[in-house]
Design a protein around this ligand. Sequence first.
Ligand code: ZN
Length: 405
Amino acid sequence: MLKVASFSKLLLCFLVLFSFTLSFHAGRTEAAYTFQASVSADVLNVRSQPGTTYSIVGKLTKSQVVTVYEQKNGWSRIAYGSLKGWVSSQYITATTWTGYITATNLNFRSAPGGSVIGTLPNGTSVKVYGNDGTWLKVYASTLNKTGWVASSYVSKQKPAAVVSKVVLKANTNIRKGPGTSYPILYTANMGMFLDQLEESNGWVKVKDANGVIGWVSGTLVRDPNTVLKGKVIVLDPGHGGYDPGTRGVTYLEKTLTLRTALELKPLLENAGAKVILTRGSDIYLSLTQRVNISNNNKAHAFLSLHYNAYSSTSSGVMTFYYNSSKDAPLANTIQSFLASSTQLRNMGSKYGNYHVLRDNSQPAALVELGFLSNPTEEKLVATSTYQKKAAKGLYDGLFRYFLTR
Ligand SMILES: [Zn+2]
């Protein structure tokens, strides 16, 4: 027995030496995957190798935080200060937590403040293993890498899922399931915005503003971000320079038309449209010059902005078109949304033989945004509230016009 025992001890010594060499080399390559863990046992033996038969090289006490280098077969290779060895994995608890990236795109670095080795988009979940000052050591499964990120952009709070919206291209039925065989929940109107929950076989699961969940055919919805994207829209503030247009008690038409154009421009640009102003300051332009800007830029829509004059009691908004097939759909849509947004009298859209419409080869409309000959209406249309409402109405009209184009 003695002989066998000493032989097996010798074998053990050899194995220990051999595995130590292995783990020494392995430890170097696995250093990137270390994490912190706290001791959960009252007293925990640290052994030279992973197993209860190996010698005890030190002891840890409850709540001490160790660095874990590797784990196998229920054992963890750890370090605590200068104390290094193996502990039973069941008596340590990883001090990791799940964090969520709050920056739009967060730099993922090799070391605290080190070189950028990747980016983590907003909402990405990461395992946080430790920290160093204002830096967090994280494991990102999306990159399959451990690295460092700035702690101020990591939250423990799970973000509300970024909801993408769809907009209805037509009046359409919202159904109980993904197919025409499912019962109809209700009929929704064209232009309605809905939260997109999921997609299945060409059908989209949606939630409306009242929280009602249903399904709609994917052919009838559109990503609202694509509607105005890339559309060339020419805005033409009427008059300018030595041509003041009509005048009220206080305001000149040329001043108000430019204000409206400058109010509308950023709304369209934020939606991805390319906006061209025929004039951006108080300068004179001929009607031919205005039309040329539309034709030369192949405008998807041309909108001439004006304020009206008739009697001191006249009131309302109206929109003109020249060509009933090329221009009327644009004029009709804009008029409808403009009247609803401004709440001024809806004078409708109608034919008008105006130079900027007649010579325009692009879809064109001319809007009259209120009467400066009416002192009450003049005061109203000059307010920033009215200007915003008018811009919103024109924007909504253009959005609706392009929704099906
Ligand atoms: Zn005018």
